[in-house]
Ligand binder design. Structure first.
Ligand SMILES: Cc1cc2nc3c(=O)[nH]c(=O)nc-3n(C[C@H](O)[C@H](O)[C@H](O)COP(=O)(O)OP(=O)(O)OC[C@H]3O[C@@H](n4cnc5c(N)ncnc54)[C@H](O)[C@@H]3O)c2cc1C
Length: 501
């Protein structure tokens, strides 16, 4: 229930001020649409890169590709920039595109409801505010909320507890006994930094990840100067990076001869860096590369072999007030437990209640696994555009390439709505059903669905997260907003229906 007077009906409401929300604002602005508001639950922009500031945090797609094509930065300091630098780039977007006046901080959206009679969405926030707009861009982030594992006694630990996505920079690790739970993308960046500071680090592994070498170099001065003077040269580098990553799809998305080659490269990397046979066996994955996220690192394996570091592969039985007990009955005592356990990914629900036509609830409809049309729109929830909605995930290329395609599609949808003066545009149910039948058929042939357990799948093995194809194909299907795929209801219709009813 809102406490304050609702806002006037804006053209667009954007939820979230990470890359997605800010990108949508910029593209709306560039298309001549100024009437938008951005609601952000935090007190700053930045999303992922505001929240993930753990030691060693960096992107794993080169910065020249992991940045917006419409906002190139000639000054990236290295191939894979650190979280601080990426956060700086995002804050710079606000200045560069003068988005400040549209931002509303500490607006944690707690519910979204489509008011059919009036043809607008109403968002309520924890602060008691109510915002109205004809269209919504939901850019609340797929990886915005920390994921905590379901381990017996997790809450009972008496020492310091930290999640990788909410790092406590005031905690002094010097001389401390530290556990790291998880061996995913965040853990392999954290462990090499922690072993430099902590007295002892034990890494608890459930599944060994595939790790490829990381080609990371400082950007030479001449390249930065060239990029600043001749932006076309930076575009050429970006294009080269894009096509290199596209070719990786052939190895990680589908099981092909390139998959075997890539596995051999990763195995050689492991053999080169780990001489001890026992440790190498523990670190050897037993699933097809690509089934889970492929990691890149040059310092993870060396860190595990430092005298103050130990890999623990026994399953965790429970956590108690002193530390972690593993299945063979050993109790490991710690001062701090770091949970590098990823995110609470919404595969079967929504981050807050979303109510569409006739009071239908999106979380209920997604109980068996989320589905959308081209990942952006959902039938029954008109004028709602989701950034990183169902089956939009990249396994091999920059998330921002996918995101730009989604944003431009959403902007086209909003333009069609405003230009046509429709009350709403709603995906035709049969169009959405057909789209998902084809998508799931294609997903069945991918490495993601080849049998390993990953955050891409629901408990029942339904893949609601990944897109089974090249980034080029993904962007192509979103290139044109086809009005024929939508039911257009004109502005007079709801009122006329009410009068008739
Ligand atoms: C550690 C890490 C490293 C990554 N590295 C890469 C990489 O190298 N390459 C790559 O392609 N991808 C990478 N990703 C994926 C990354 O999530 C995306 O690239 C991108 O940052 C997502 O942007 P977003 O705007 O969609 O979401 P986010 O960045 O998560 O932003 C969402 C925003 O919405 C706000 N919000 C959430 N809920 C609400 C609410 N209810 N009300 C109001 N505001 C809300 C959040 O506070 C946040 O600011 C990485 C992800 C993580 C976590």
């Amino acid at each position: 229930m809102s406490k304050r007077k609702p806002s006037r009906v804006h053209d667009t409401l954007i939820i979230g001020a990470g890359f997605g929300g800010l990108g949508a604002a910029i593209r709306l602005q560039q298309s001549g649409h100024q009437d938008f508001i951005i609601l952000e639950r935090s007190d700053r922009v930045g999303g992922t890169w505001r929240d993930n500031q753990y030691p060693g945090a960096a992107c794993d797609i080169p910065s020249n590709l992991y940045s917006f094509s419409f906002a190139p930065n000639p000054d990236w300091s290295r191939t894979y920039s650190g979280a601080g630098e990426i956060f700086g780039y995002i804050k710079g977007l606000v200045e560069q595109f003068k988005l400040g006046p549209a931002l509303r901080y500490q607006q944690d959206v707690t519910g979204l409801r489509f008011v059919e009679e009036q043809g607008y969405w109403e968002a309520t926030t924890a602060a008691g505010d109510c915002w109205r707009a004809r269209a919504v861009v939901m850019a609340a982030g797929g990886l915005a909320n920390p994921g905590w594992p379901n381990i017996n006694g997790r809450e009972s630990f008496a020492g310091k507890v930290m999640h990788s996505a909410r790092w406590d920079h005031d905690y002094d690790f010097s001389g401390k006994k530290v556990a790291v739970i998880g061996t995913g993308a965040s853990a392999i960046q954290i462990v090499p930094e922690l072993v430099k500071q902590a007295g002892q680090v034990k890494v608890f592994q459930r599944t060994a990840p595939w790790v490829l070498p990381r080609m990371d170099y400082a950007s030479p001065d001449w390249a930065r100067k060239l990029f600043a003077k001749a932006p076309r040269s930076q575009q050429l580098v970006r294009d080269a990076l894009f096509w290199t990553h596209e070719s990786v799809a052939l190895a990680v998305i589908w099981n092909s001869p390139l998959t075997r080659v890539t596995e051999r490269v990763a195995s050689a990397h492991l053999a080169r860096q780990v001489k001890d046979g026992w440790l190498r066996r523990q670190l050897t994955p037993h699933y097809t590369i690509g089934c889970k996220r492929v990691l890149i690192s040059n310092d993870y394996y060396p860190a595990l072999q430092q005298p103050n570091c130990k890999l623990i592969t026994w399953p965790i039985d429970c956590i108690n007030e002193r530390g972690i007990r593993t299945a063979e009955g050993i109790e490991h005592q710690f001062d701090c437990i770091v949970f590098a356990t990823g995110f609470d990914v919404q595969k079967t629900g929504t981050p807050f209640p979303v109510q569409g036509l006739g009071g239908r609830e999106l979380a209920e409809e997604w109980q068996g696994g989320a589905q959308a049309y081209k990942s952006v729109n959902v039938s029954g929830y008109p004028n709602l555009h989701i950034i990183f909605g169902p089956n939009s995930g990249p396994g091999h290329n920059s998330a921002l390439v996918y995101m730009e395609a989604q944003i431009d599609y959403a902007v086209q949808g909003i333009e069609a709505l405003l230009r046509g003066d429709h009350a709403y545009l709603d995906v035709i149910p049969a169009v959405q059903t057909q789209h998902n039948l084809e998508l799931q058929k294609r997903l069945a042939r991918t490495n993601w669905n080849s049998g390993c357990k990953s955050w891409y799948l629901t408990a029942d093995g339904f893949n609601a997260t990944m897109y089974p194809g090249f980034a080029t194909q993904y962007a192509q299907q979103l290139a044109r907003f086809e009005l024929a795929d939508y039911r257009a209801v004109d502005r007079a219709a709801p009122a006329a229906r009410r009068a008739a009813g």
